[in-house]
Design a protein around this ligand. Structure first.
Ligand code: HEM
Length: 130
């Protein structure tokens, strides 16, 4: 049962991570000077929120199944903190766009793609550091 729950959380977390990188990267590639529309920005807020929630879901599942969070080695803990930081900064960036902040379009796409790239790199450390 626990394997099914972890797998389902991981499926959503991984597919969502792909969207978080692909959306800003494809705008950056095809239309870098078009600023994100409100609909796109709201979608990105939702996707980053889903990423944070599914990430927290791993911890929730561990608490539910084993009564404790995994014991994380410092390198893995640092990677997790980096990922959480990316979620906070990217969500804040998108919310600021929604309430009227207008940085250069290219800067927004670049920042959002970079935050997803850093979080994905941290995911590799979280997975393999011991
Ligand atoms: C609140 C933020 C986040 C938390 C708490 C979180 C937590 C986790 C956890 C616990 C795992 C399982 C690690 C393991 O294999 O033992 C994981 C895997 C993963 N996370 Fe996150 N995550 C967060 C944000 C992100 C973000 C922003 C991205 C990318 C945009 C991301 C991408 C991934 C990927 C690709 C994996 C699979 C790694 C692998 O097994 O190779 N995560 N995450």
């Amino acid at each position: 049962m626990d394997a099914i729950v972890y797998s389902l959380i991981q499926v959503v977390h991984n597919l969502n991570a792909a969207f978080l990188l692909a959306i800003p990267a494809s705008w950056l590639w095809h239309r870098p000077s078009d600023p994100p529309s409100s609909a796109t920005t709201a979608t990105l807020v939702a996707l980053w929120a889903v990423q944070g929630l599914t990430g927290a879901g791993f911890g929730g599942a561990s608490l539910a199944f084993y009564g404790a969070l995994p014991d994380l080695h410092p390198a893995r803990l640092a990677a997790l903190i980096v990922k959480m930081g990316c979620v906070v900064v990217a969500t804040g960036w998108c919310v600021a766009l929604l309430i009227g902040w207008k940085p250069a379009a290219r800067a927004s796409w670049l920042a959002l793609a970079a935050l997803a790239g850093v979080a994905l790199s941290a995911a590799a450390v979280l997975r393999w550091a011991s």
